[in-house]
Design a protein. Structure first.
Ligand SMILES: Nc1ncnc2c1ncn2[C@@H]1O[C@H](COP(=O)(O)OP(=O)(O)OP(=O)(O)O)[C@@H](O)[C@H]1O
Ligand SMILES: [Mg+2]
Lengths: 258, 337
């Protein structure tokens, strides 16, 4: 009885988690002209078509750029921030933590609107610049959180030991702290990358003519054309995310950090 | 041999506004093994961290080998510290842990190798070079920590409760190991402990601390035989301490007539110094426990609780029954107030 219940729950969970993914894979592999499930026959033409759509290529590159550089920047800011919050008794540390976490709490659409209203319009920031800042800010909380939890597991006396062996505080950080939080930093990078890449609400307001992130571009495409290429692209992106996580798991047991 | 190899003068150490160690004066002789002994929270770690340079003194001066190092950064003092938690670098092998400090000095690879290997040999860890800290036992990790500090040829080696995480057998082994390393290298060693038997067994001199102050300073035999204060006496195992008023011993709960004339205002007896089985006094057995060579009784007397050891050959007196006992002059330790 218990076994039956357990396997039912397991089955339902897997269906809900993996079901949509399967549907998308097959919807994209349709031989028909419109998005449908079950597909009208099977073919790979929509998967191939995706690569020929110029605007997808451009928005993919933009999204990739934002995901990589936004996340790297967030880590450059987030690792020292997490370190300082963790190791020093800073005045107002609680406030800083709250502020850093704000983009997670505040709905993305409001963050996007605020950036548009206060940066792009009055200060004449380029759209790319604004998107870059938005994505960095969006990923920062993840960077701080994930790195903080690795730092929590690292005792402070290790750095003191390094200092007594001749390190400066900076060397103690690079030679002892960094190597030991490497896994956490990589985990934060992957989490940040995926978050940034799939981000819609914040980018919605900021995307301008000719400058769109991939998810926004896909939304725009679907408003005009209802063919299976969007499903094909979604499936490809899901595969990309999966492989990144898979490789990370293989390399360092990613799941320990998230 | 410098008599003041490490010299702390009028040293005050505080955390924010709370003073942990007020006005400490202490001179450590070159090449000695000195123990900082005292109950939890008395300022042992604090003192040690100040010597290492991890804690800036609120006031006072620290001199090492004739040089004022009070304001010198921790990484320039040439002092080794073995942490209670070992603080090994988890991402490095035992070998690289030991070599860590040498690599920072940019010496030739061959010299790094030979010195690291020598250090590993000193602590008897040959064959463990490639292991990560997580793959070693507590005792092995501790040896790595010791070797890591030793290869730096420190002027002073500080050890914070180095044996407290080890099991009883390993602790005894490491005791003699530490003593041997100290004699072999001649390094000045300061080690922290709150275990009096450890301090007595290992140290050349013992600094007994209480509330951040030095309660007594002396050789193990001095401290053991002649504790100067009630606190020191209690720490050295004189568990029965009473005030003398005229002809009587008095405590909070009552008094007993003293059988001899005492000059001192207080007298103390070890449990082993209490005569059990005969004597003018009587106490009810509150607890009785077997302790190997003897039996430990806690007696309820007119003076309150008396801790008394009886030879194991004597017949055990059941709980609740009375035993006669005496607090003899021959084993009494006179104490100043
Ligand atoms: N970081 C700190 N901040 C504030 N007070 C501290 C700090 N570290 C220690 N203290 C206080 O300073 C006093 C001395 O502490 P210390 O750690 O030197 O004691 P200890 O003798 O090493 O004790 P133990 O045997 O428990 O290790 C204690 O009263 C302690 O509460
Ligand atoms: Mg301590």
């Amino acid at each position: 009885m218990r076994n039956l219940t357990t396997s039912t729950i397991l089955g339902l969970t897997l269906t809900f988690l993996i079901g949509p993914f399967i549907i998308i894979i097959f919807a994209g592999a349709s031989a028909g002209e419109t998005l449908a499930f079950p597909p009208d026959g099977l073919s790979l033409k929509w998967y191939l078509k995706v690569f020929t759509i110029e605007s997808f290529r451009e928005s993919f590159l933009l999204s990739l750029f934002l995901a990589i550089f936004g996340t790297v920047t967030a880590l450059l800011l987030g690792v020292p921030a997490a370190y300082a919050l963790n190791r020093y008794d800073l005045p107002g540390a609680e406030t800083i933590r709250t502020v850093v976490a704000a983009p997670i709490i505040v709905p993305g659409i409001i963050v996007g609107l605020a950036l548009l209203r206060y940066l792009v319009v009055p200060l004449d920031f380029t759209v790319t610049m604004a998107l870059f800042m938005a994505h960095t800010a969006l990923v920062l909380p993840y960077a701080v959180r994930v790195v903080s939890s690795s730092l929590n597991n690292l005792r402070a006396d290790m750095e003191e030991a390094a200092v007594l062996l001749g390190c400066t505080r900076m060397q103690a950080f690079t030679k002892v702290v960094l190597p030991n939080i490497r896994g956490g930093v990589l985990a934060a990078f992957i989490l940040g990358f995926v978050t940034s890449f799939n981000q819609v609400p914040v980018s919605l307001f900021l995307s301008g003519p000719g400058v769109k992130t991939l998810p926004i571009d896909m939304l725009a495409y679907m408003e005009i054309t209802y063919d299976p290429s969007v499903a094909a692209l979604s499936a490809l992106l899901a595969f990309m995310s999966l492989s990144i996580v898979f490789v990370a798991e293989r390399l360092l047991g990613f799941s320990r950090y998230v | 041999m410098s008599e003041k190899f490490v010299s702390l003068s009028d040293l005050t150490l505080s955390y924010g506004s709370t003073v942990a160690v007020p006005n400490l004066d202490l001179d450590i002789v070159e090449g000695e093994l000195i123990a900082l002994l005292g109950p939890s929270g008395c300022g042992k770690t604090t003192t040690m961290r100040a010597i290492a340079g991890l804690l800036t003194p609120a006031s006072g001066m620290i001199e090492i080998d004739g040089q004022d190092v009070t304001r010198l950064a921790a990484n320039k003092r040439g002092i080794g510290l073995v942490f209670q938690s070992y603080a090994l670098f988890p991402h490095l092998s035992a070998f690289e842990n030991v070599a860590f400090g040498l690599r920072l000095q940019r010496m030739p690879e061959a010299e790094i190798r030979s010195r690291t290997e020598a250090g590993i040999e000193t602590v008897g860890l040959m064959g463990f070079e490639a292991r990560k800290p997580a793959e070693m036992s507590g005792g092995q990790q501790q040896r790595v920590a010791l070797a890591r500090s030793l290869v730096m040829d420190p002027k002073v080696l500080l050890l914070d409760e180095p044996l407290s995480n080890l099991d009883a057998r390993l602790r005894l082994e490491m005791r003699s190991e530490l003593q041997r390393v100290q004699k072999d290298t001649g390094v000045t060693m300061v080690f922290v402990t709150h275990d009096q038997s450890e301090a007595l067994a290992m140290a050349d001199r013992i600094v007994l601390m209480k509330d951040g102050k030095i309660e007594q300073l002396g050789t193990p035999s001095q401290l053991y035989a002649e504790p100067a204060t009630a606190f020191a006496a209690e720490f050295m195992g004189f568990e029965n301490i009473f005030c003398v008023e005229g002809e009587n011993l008095v405590s909070d709960t009552g008094q007993l007539p003293l059988g001899f004339a005492a000059e001192a205002p207080m007298l103390a007896w070890r449990p082993g110094g209490v005569q059990v089985g005969r004597g003018p006094f009587s106490g009810r057995v509150l607890s009785s426990s077997f302790a190997g060579g003897h039996r430990e009784y806690v007696l309820d007397s007119l003076l309150g609780q008396i801790k008394a050891d009886a030879p194991i050959e004597t017949v055990e007196v059941p709980l609740g029954h009375n035993i006669d006992f005496d607090l003899p002059q021959s084993t009494a330790l006179p104490l100043a107030a």
